[in-house]
Design a protein around this ligand. Structure first.
Ligand SMILES: CC(=O)SCCNC(=O)CCNC(=O)[C@H](O)C(C)(C)COP(=O)(O)OP(=O)(O)OC[C@H]1O[C@@H](n2cnc3c(N)ncnc32)[C@H](O)[C@@H]1OP(=O)(O)O
Ligand SMILES: CC(=O)C(=O)O
Length: 524
């Protein structure tokens, strides 16, 4: 039987201490339900002594039923020279009505004297008094020993005495915190081992990432015997963040055989990470291990060739295990194997050795040399393939366009108008539109003209527009425009390159509309 490691998620508490993170009440509820369905053991969801939103959250979440996770409220030991039963913040923890409570207390003597401003003895009393009060209220208490590793290195006897005070008062688990995030994996391993030998109770690990080692440190603590890992789901948190659970869980479960979340839920890891990023209003780092968009993306031609021949040749795990996908990225460092799967979508009879495949690869490399970058614009590359293979009949011709830019005073945000003429099946259509900038105006005018012929363009819109100046900053430099579009079902990206920004934008826009029309026709 594999050893059970409790997964303790603090996205909603320590994650919320990350710069730029602000969860609404609704966000907190959604993230809680997602973590519960993934099967994490504990969700530390807030500090009811800190703010009204956290108090409202506990009120609301307590009306819902969680299937897998225990809710935890978080707060400090009582204030110095007082009494836990009369401490407002301590009592606020009880209002949260959670089965478990995390109490954090000081374990570094320097913090006791210089931050709390009290005696070493009084800090031990604060720990013992607060925990025994919570235990008397039938709470499961998890003691977060703040700055434990720094404290241990400075004064091991005192750091251990804080843990002793917690255990004697009834704490169920001792969590060793690398609060400043500067410890090394070997130190974490040695110190965790000593604590486990000394106390024989459940021990957890809580690491911050200031030295870039939070994941490695958490894993070394588990290897030393810890059976709870605290972290945040995407590694968000104060300063450089917390240990990233979306990396730790698969590392422990797939690579080391520990039991972290139900086996069948591992394949939901990527979806959960993307959902939590969306709710947190974050762009998920494409390179994030296991769950990032590029975690299994192959660009080098030889790597793609290797993967096609032998799946394990350039991947540490099968991406499906964590619900992620393998991707091949088109670029000037591609080989024939990278592009053949896209060519086959247009003409299944072609193979890697067909002359057309070599011609398209050469064309790709030439276009990339001219400034195109198909890595982020695969829809445009599909059109390049179709055009080269003679499998492309344009749905429309943009005969000409004219842009008038306007300097307007006042509130009106329309700053440009476009006049365009399109030809569809021999019929001409002229339209004009105003927009917030020339690209917006021309986009509106083309759509207005084409919707007369193609009703399905009504549900299509642009979601992102990026411009990059190529070869230096002079005014004759080329620009590359990338447009992301969606019709609510699918996202696609197209590219245009020119010395003229409007021309580059129109190129990307026309490709995007053509791609949508071809896609819909073929799906009929
Ligand atoms: C390592 C960690 O992540 S610990 C968690 C840190 N998280 C947060 O700080 C977010 C939530 N915090 C808050 O909302 C606020 O700090 C509150 C409401 C809890 C407290 O606010 P205030 O009462 O105004 O105090 P403030 O935040 O300015 O100062 C912290 C106080 O807590 C005391 N304190 C700090 N740690 C502890 C502890 N473990 N036990 C008891 N008291 C503590 C400090 O000594 C200081 O009190 P003092 O001014 O009397 O010396
Ligand atoms: C408790 C906590 O968040 C820390 O020590 O980092």
């Amino acid at each position: 039987m594999s050893r059970k490691i409790e997964i303790f998620d603090s996205t909603l508490r320590d994650g919320a201490q990350g710069s730029g993170i602000s969860f609404s009440l609704d966000d907190k509820i959604k993230i809680t339900l997602e973590l519960d369905s993934l099967g994490v053991d504990y969700i530390e969801a807030g500090n009811p002594g800190s703010n009204q939103k956290d108090r409202e959250y506990f009120e609301k979440i307590n009306t819902m039923k969680l299937e897998n996770s225990k809710l935890v409220a978080f707060g400090s030991t009582r204030r110095k020279n007082s009494n836990a039963a009369e401490d407002q913040n301590v009592n606020n923890l009880l209002i949260a009505n959670t089965p478990a409570i995390s109490i954090f207390g000081k374990s570094w003597d320097y913090h006791v004297t210089d931050v709390l401003g009290t005696t070493l003895e009084e800090n031990l009393n604060m720990i013992a008094d607060t925990i025994s009060y919570m235990v008397s209220k039938e709470k499961e208490v998890i003691f977060d020993a703040e700055h434990f590793f720094d404290g241990y290195k400075n004064n091991p006897e005192y750091a251990l005495s804080t843990l002793r005070a917690a255990v004697d008062a009834g704490a169920r688990a001792l969590v060793l915190c690398d609060t400043n995030g500067g410890a090394f994996p070997d130190e974490i391993y040695e110190i965790t081992k000593k604590v486990i030998e000394e106390f024989g109770v459940d021990v957890g690990i809580h690491c911050h990432n200031d030295g870039g080692m939070a994941v490695a440190n958490s894993i070394m603590s588990v290897e030393a015997g810890a059976n709870q890992v605290q972290g945040t789901f995407l590694g968000i948190g104060e300063r450089c963040g917390n240990a990233n659970l979306s990396t730790i869980v698969p590392n422990l479960q797939i690579k080391r055989g520990y039991d972290c979340i139900p086996e069948e839920n591992l394949q939901n890891l990527t979806t959960a990470a993307r959902y939590i990023a969306e709710i947190s209003n974050l762009t998920l780092d494409h390179s994030m291990p296991y769950v990032g968009n590029n975690a299994f993306a192959h660009k080098g031609g030889m790597h793609v060739d290797g993967i096609i021949k032998a799946k394990g040749s350039f991947e540490h795990i099968d991406p499906e295990l964590v619900g992620n996908d393998r991707k091949f990225i088109m670029s000037e460092v591609s080989g024939k194997n990278t592009i053949i799967s896209r060519i086959k979508k247009v003409d299944p009879s072609l193979t890697k050795d067909s002359p057309e495949t070599k011609e398209i690869l050469d064309l790709l490399k030439r276009l990339e040399h001219e400034g195109y970058q198909f890595e982020g614009a695969e829809a445009s590359f599909d059109l390049v393939i179709r055009k080269h293979l003679g499998r492309y009949t344009p749905f429309f011709i943009l005969d000409h366009y004219k842009i008038i830019e306007e300097e307007k005073q006042g509130e009106d945000d329309c700053t440009a108008s476009a006049l365009i003429k399109v030809i569809v099946k021999g019929r001409e259509e002229m339209t004009a539109a105003e927009g917030n900038g020339p690209v917006n105006a021309i986009d509106k005018a083309i759509r207005k003209a084409l919707e007369v012929f193609y009703e399905n363009l009504k549900d299509f819109h642009l979601v992102d527009f990026k411009v990059r100046v190529l070869d230096g900053a002079n005014t004759a430099a080329k620009v590359r425009v990338l447009i992301d579009s969606t019709d609510g079902q699918e996202f696609w990206s197209t590219i245009g390159v020119s010395t003229n920004i409007i021309e580059a934008s129109v190129g990307a826009l026309v490709d995007s509309i053509e791609y949508k029309l071809i896609k819909d026709l073929e799906q009929k």
